[in-house]
Design a protein around this ligand. Structure first.
Ligand SMILES: Nc1ncnc2c1ncn2[C@@H]1O[C@H](COP(=O)(O)OP(=O)(O)OP(=O)(O)O)[C@@H](O)[C@H]1O
Ligand SMILES: [Mg+2]
Length: 367
């Protein structure tokens, strides 16, 4: 995938901007708070339908304005793709894919594909399970819109079930009203679990190969899906297991007013030479693991979709030591990359195709 243009109108601190990245490495350089990450956020929004920084659309609208617009256009092996997203303070978000208005939020997925690597991702291994679930979810949603819809159904059912648990414990509803939500959770939850299991298996192959390269064969990385409910061998078996787990915990859930079984409690184990890196990894080790996992995302997308996603590196160079920077740069071949940094000296010899200066939401190309 090669992005050819990014258009911003009233997005964050930008009144208006047009950015034309080059097919190789485009660098956005500037002081803090000038608008570098905002550009990556806009691209990520068109890839995933979400900001990586906020769940509130209105925060992305330029202060004092009542609407904003982002358009990202690019070319894939199968032809041109573009995604447009518009928000208004009043009214719903509007999304167009290749010029047509979409009816469902998942329709934008898989057109502009990207992997964002931000400093907080370096903490993914030591953070709680939520960070690792998010890593899996964002990747799988772009690869498989059906996964995204299953997640949507699951999360909706989970909210409903949790609300009902409260009503039941306050005796304003009876326990059998849970049946319908348990059935939906078991069905969508089983889909999520099967997809996660398959994805983490792929991830493990790719990440262990990359990690071995990155560490010069000194460390062996493996990742494993750790589902909260037992993983059945088939979708049906998985659904039955999950339904049984929900029923099993029903009384305890009513007491706690929370759903205690299901993929919203899943984790992904990360092991270096067989040791659990979540608990025992050194700071350098877990950073290298995060790097290997992110680069694997790029690899998996490339092999499953036929096109490499755009890689966005938000200020990660300054967080890596020179050796890891060089390793990262050595993986950028053939992958369109957008890098933000405050200091050009952090680029570790990357072949820069275009250098853009970002100053107070004004972008100028450096000759
Ligand atoms: N809705 C908004 N309206 C106007 N300005 C905004 C809005 N949201 C964020 N900003 C401004 O955007 C700027 C931050 O932009 P961004 O996060 O892209 O900075 P950056 O160049 O990546 O900085 P750093 O190097 O610190 O990461 C801040 O000045 C912030 O006040
Ligand atoms: Mg930034």
């Amino acid at each position: 995938m090669k992005i050819s243009s990014i258009v911003l109108k009233n997005f964050r601190n930008y009144e208006q901007a047009l950015i034309a990245p080059c097919p190789g490495v485009t660098v956005l350089v500037g002081d803090n708070a000038q608008g570098k990450t905002n550009v990556l956020e806009a691209v990520y929004l068109c890839c995933t339908g979400r900001s990586h920084r906020t769940a509130h659309d209105r925060e992305m609208i330029r202060a004092g304005q009542d609407n904003c617009y982002v358009k990202v256009s690019g070319v894939r092996r199968d032809g041109p793709h573009d995604v447009e997203v518009a928000f208004a303070l009043a009214g719903k978000r509007r999304v167009k894919v290749n010029g047509s208005v979409t009816a469902k939020s998942g329709e934008l997925l898989g057109h502009i594909t990207g992997v964002l690597f931000a400093p907080e991702d370096l903490r993914m291994i030591k953070d709680g399970p939520q960070a690792r679930r998010r890593f899996i979810d964002m990747e799988l949603s772009q690869l498989k819109p059906a996964y995204y819809y299953a997640l949507q159904r699951y999360n909706r059912a989970l909210r409903q079930r949790n609300a009902l648990l409260k009503d039941i414990s306050l005796a304003s509803a009876s326990a059998d009203t849970l049946d319908v939500w348990d059935a939906e959770l078991a069905q969508s939850g089983a889909e999520i679990m099967r997809e996660r299991a398959q994805f983490v298996e792929e991830l493990c192959k790719s990440a262990s190969r990359i990690h071995s390269e990155v560490t010069g064969g000194k460390e062996e990385l493996s990742v494993a899906y750790e589902p909260d409910a037992p993983l059945g061998q088939s979708l049906e078996e998985c659904q039955n297991e999950l339904a049984a787990a929900l029923l099993d915990r029903r009384q305890a859930d009513i007491r706690r007013m929370l759903t205690s079984a299901g993929p919203h409690r899943d984790d992904m184990g990360v092991y270096v030479d067989g040791m659990d890196a979540r608990a025992f990894g050194s700071q350098g080790q877990v950073r290298t693991c995060a790097l290997s996992l992110k680069l694997s995302e790029v690899d998996i997308m490339k092999s499953l979709m036929g096109d490499a996603p755009v890689l966005m590196l938000d200020d990660v160079m300054s967080e890596l030591d020179p050796e890891r920077r060089r390793l990262l740069v050595s993986h950028l071949n053939d992958v369109q990359t957008l890098i933000t940094c405050t200091d050009k000296n952090d680029l570790a010899g990357a072949q820069v195709g275009k250098l853009l200066n970002v100053c107070a939401a004004t972008i100028t190309e450096e000759a």
